[in-house]
Design a protein around this ligand. Structure first.
Ligand SMILES: COc1ccc(Cn2ccc3ccc(-c4cc(N)[nH]n4)cc32)cc1
Length: 243
């Protein structure tokens, strides 16, 4: 998978050189490139923003530098249009289902806005070359798109085959089956007078799986009842319903 990120703070994305995503880049599983939007300006001051039409506080990101930057990353030979993900407070909320879907794409481009956002005409213009997706990280306000891109690249990148050493670990995790994950424990078995649930020490893998599933359902009901309502009834077994 090829990933291009455009930002006026490319150093913000340095975290993508680390850990799992960093190793995937070294291994050639992710062809990840970060671009400085200011490299696509033509004036001496490398201007990327200006005052908003209609007035109001703050500045708006100018269209032309974005058009130059996006044109330079849109590989003309590509058969399918790359997906252009534009983090925005006004976007569709990013979910694990979206991460799975985007992990299938060959080329993702992320446009990190700042200030009060990007001139809307960029998203309209980009629609000819890209599958444009405004995406929100959640219902809270950030100062720009970079934090959202770090989160999305990690969530998507880890689903690309070969990135996570043991694909098994992707199966039983929060949101992969629509539920929150069960509690986990490790040595020592007694820590500051707190023990580990006996079932986990029993070696009875069937009972352990049953207990873990029950924990998932209890946690989801307590912390995220909205997820339970979304569950397809066929995803709940008779035993689940008895929990
Ligand atoms: C009109 O309201 C606002 C307009 C812009 C901003 C600052 N800003 C500029 C670019 C940008 C990109 C993404 C986000 C963002 C995404 C999520 N989930 N929260 N905030 C914020 C962003 C704040 C608020």
């Amino acid at each position: 998978m090829r990933i291009d990120v455009v930002s006026i703070f490319p150093e913000y994305l340095a975290a993508l050189d680390l850990s799992l995503i960093g190793k995937a880049r070294q291994d050639g599983l992710l062809d990840l490139n970060v671009h400085d939007l200011r490299d696509f300006t033509t004036d001496r001051h490398r201007t990327v923003d200006d005052t908003p039409y209609g007035g109001g506080a703050g500045m708006v990101m100018k269209a032309e530098p974005w058009a130059q930057a996006l044109t330079s990353v849109a590989d003309a030979e590509e058969a399918a249009r790359p997906v252009l993900i534009v983090p925005s407070p006004a976007g569709a909320v990013f979910t694990q289902a979206m991460a799975y879907e985007l992990a299938e794409e060959k080329h993702l481009v992320f446009a990190c806005g700042r200030y009060e956002g990007i001139d809307e005409r960029v998203l309209e213009w980009a629609g000819e070359r890209f599958d444009v997706r405004p995406v929100s990280l959640g219902d809270y306000v950030l100062n720009g798109g970079e934090v959202a891109v770090l989160a999305m690249v990690e969530a998507i990148g880890r689903l690309v085959p070969g990135v996570v050493g043991n694909p098994e670990s992707l199966v039983e995790e929060s949101h992969s089956d629509g539920l929150l994950e069960y509690p986990v424990y490790t040595k020592p078995s007694s820590w500051r007078d707190r023990g580990v649930p006996d079932i986990l020490l029993s070696g009875n893998h069937g009972k352990i799986a049953q207990w873990r599933r029950g924990q998932q359902l209890q946690r989801t009901a307590a912390r995220r009842p909205d997820l339970l309502e979304k569950l397809d009834p066929t995803q709940l077994t008779k035993a689940d319903k008895a929990t």
